[in-house]
Design a protein around this ligand. Structure first.
Ligand code: GCW
Length: 668
């Protein structure tokens, strides 16, 4: 049977490798703690279906402690997990005839079970103890799913949440969703779009959300709701939603209490306010801190928190959107309630294929900052182009902000270690949908997987994550694994070459954000056009963000200004983010800007052809349906790479007035 991808990476197909089979053959029973909680039940169930599928073994549920061949699930304070190890850390302890999966929490035990199964599924024989701890506390998916079943920037069908069926029918997908997330350590999800409908706060919807929360709870996943700031008016019939108004505050206190009657362990609120037309505290002359703190006050009696997004910008044709989030929030550093996390996109504009890290990271020592990545590929080929995003996530997390001297990487800002913060958050905008394979492009599943793995441990390499995913999803043949990993590693640089080389950004078609539209001069807002960003003219190309035009570079530390701020030292991948470079200026590759631009667009297209050749060689290792689906998409990708290349090169040629060089060195 062809694989339709619906099982994600949790396939549990029979392992054919004899060594792996025999290494795990000795296990025949599971010993669970005396208190069988719903989460322990899930851990037991997962272990049983995993062993049955992968090894063809029925594990019995044994109550005896001193049995041989037992896998013991235990909640304890083992020394492997030191006293102050983070919540949900776990250890897999290998004894002579037994194996113990231990954690201080039941969710940690479940995570340990998934780790064991991952090892078996990727044909690894565990011989040494494994100890694993999450680096970030809140590892979260943000759904941009609407009440009517559509998904904003969703490219894999409609919403997975069937609001019309809930709370009565529980779609089996909710359980697969919970298992998939738990297998990665994802422990929170906001179920609706940040462009939020107040409807999600009505009793009718709270009952539906409760049903979802009940399914996710045993898997250690907390539910959050995105809220519309104007709800006191639209739902409560109040005259205002002013966060300093007593009745408004009371309304949120009551609403928060009501939510907890449905969902006692409610995760909290996620808020997009005063951004792209959404209502917010500024409508009443108040600040983001006033708004967030009001919600935090309502949350005071509970464990929940408030996540407030920093994605804000003005439609100022003479301003620089790059600086606006920073500038609006900087005066509020230190003013947020301890229950508030400010969620910042990885880059200052909007999930572009390559962005410098957001300058807020490292500049807000008194505010808890979380990071938001986009897993759904709004600007990254949606569900037709193959782009593996772990290298992009890593590039951002690994960049040094120099905030507290060398080594102050973005990851240290967001995992709380730089400022010794007790709360930390990594969020990813989900790419799930109703498609049979959940994510559209078969390789898009890898981005959900990679996000989750990095949220748990941002030190994992993008190669290791890719190989794990390939082993679980596509093939365990080592040679094929290496080659597919190589395809994945190349995919993002290739995509960037034929779309946004050298630090170009925001030149996509209006509205759908898919193909190229560098000539876009008029849009609903000046900062939604393309010319606002690329600034092509007869002299050169790129947005000068040094002193002369916007000086956004000043938002970074001195060390960054010294490199990115200097056109001769700036990494070419970021060049046009910060500089307006003359067409004929020689770059350190030996090419002029114009030649380098053409070279990248043209070689990007060539590389899409190579991807097809390389994928073709993988045919013997991949099931038919997945192989064909990826191959067809790679063909679309080549066609559209040409579309991007020709649109951009011919458009910029109008400004450079230079011919397309015919001596471009192209890869074969
Ligand atoms: O990337 C942009 C998208 C909007 C989105 C917005 C945001 C949810 O084009 O569709 O709205 O960002 O992050 O709020």
């Amino acid at each position: 049977l062809a694989d339709d991808g619906s099982r994600l990476w949790l396939k549990y197909d029979l392992i054919k490798n004899k060594n792996v089979q025999s290494a795990y053959a000795k296990y025949n029973s599971i010993i669970i703690p005396s208190k069988k909680t719903p989460t322990i039940e899930k851990a037991l169930e997962e272990l049983q279906i995993g062993f049955k599928g992968l090894l063809g073994k029925n594990l019995t549920n044994n109550s005896k402690n001193n049995t041989t061949g037992g896998i013991k699930l235990e909640i304890t304070n083992k020394e492997e997990l030191t006293k102050d190890s983070p919540e949900d850390s776990f250890a897999i302890i290998v004894q002579k005839d037994n194996l113990t999966i231990t954690s201080k929490t039941e969710t940690g035990v479940l995570y340990g079970v998934f780790e064991l199964l991952r090892n078996i599924q990727t044909e690894k024989i565990i011989t040494k103890n494994i100890v694993s701890s999450p680096k970030v506390k809140l590892r979260m998916l943000n759904h941009w799913d609407n009440a009517n079943g559509t998904v904003e920037r969703g490219y894999a069908g409609s919403s997975i949440w069937k609001w019309n069926e809930l709370p009565f029918r529980i779609d089996p997908r909710y359980i697969t969703y919970a298992r998939a997330n738990a297998s990665l350590g994802i422990n929170a999800t906001s179920i609706n779009n940040v462009n939020a409908s107040s409807r999600f706060l009505t009793a009718e919807y709270l009952e539906k959300i409760k049903a979802v929360a009940d399914v996710l709870r045993p898997y250690g996943i907390k539910v959050f709701i995105s809220v519309n700031f104007r709800s006191p008016r639209t739902l409560g019939g109040l005259k205002t939603s002013d966060p300093l108004d007593t009745d408004v505050r009371k309304w949120w206190i009551e609403k928060t209490k009501e939510i907890h009657q449905y969902i006692p362990d409610f995760g909290g609120y996620l808020v997009k306010a005063n951004s792209e037309g959404e209502p917010g505290p500024q409508d009443y002359g108040r600040t983001h801190a006033d708004g967030a703190n009001m919600l935090a006050e309502a949350m005071k009696p509970y464990n929940g928190i408030v996540i407030w997004r920093a994605f804000v910008y003005n439609a100022d044709p003479n301003g620089d959107r790059f600086k606006e989030g920073y500038e609006q929030f900087k005066p509020l550093d230190g003013k947020f309630d301890p229950k508030v996390i400010v969620q910042v996109k990885n880059g200052p504009i909007d999930f572009m294929p390559r962005e410098p890290f957001h300058p807020m990271f490292g500049s807000f020592p008194k505010t808890k900052l979380g990071i938001e990545f986009q897993i759904t590929q709004e600007y990254l080929g949606q569900s037709t182009h193959l782009t593996y995003l772990a290298p992009m996530f890593r590039e951002c997390l690994d960049t040094d902000t120099y905030a507290n001297g060398k080594g102050s990487t973005v990851s240290k800002v967001i995992d709380g270690s730089l400022y010794n913060s007790q709360m930390s958050l990594m969020a990813g905008v989900a790419n799930t949908g109703s498609d049979a394979n959940w994510c559209g492009h078969p390789f898009n599943q890898a981005n959900w997987y990679a996000f989750g793995r990095l949220a748990w441990n941002h030190e994992l390499s993008s190669e290791d994550i890719a190989k794990e995913w390939i082993g679980m999803t596509l093939t365990n043949n080592n040679n094929a694994k290496e080659k597919i990993n190589a395809i994945m590693q190349k995919s993002l640089p290739t995509y960037i070459k034929y779309t946004y080389p050298l630090g170009l950004h925001h030149m996509m078609g209006e509205g759908h954000h898919y193909g190229p539209e560098p000539w876009l001069t008029k849009a609903a807002r000046p900062d939604w056009t393309s010319i606002y960003y690329h600034r092509a003219d007869s002299i050169g190309l790129g947005f000068d963000r040094t002193g002369k035009v916007s000086n956004a570079i000043k938002l970074y530390s001195k060390e960054i200004i010294d490199t990115w701020g200097n056109p001769d030292k700036c990494d070419l991948n970021y060049l046009l983010w910060f500089h307006h470079i003359p067409w004929s200026k020689k770059l350190n590759t030996g090419n002029s800007l114009w030649e380098e631009l053409c070279y990248r667009y043209y070689s990007g297209v060539e590389e899409t052809k190579n991807l097809q050749k390389e994928w073709n060689e993988m045919k013997p290792y991949i099931d038919k349906e997945t192989y064909a689906s990826v191959m067809a998409r790679l063909k679309i990708q080549e066609k559209e790479a040409i579309w991007w290349r020709d649109s951009c090169v011919l458009y910029f040629k109008e400004f450079s007035k230079m011919p397309i060089p015919n001596n471009l060195i192209l890869p074969n």
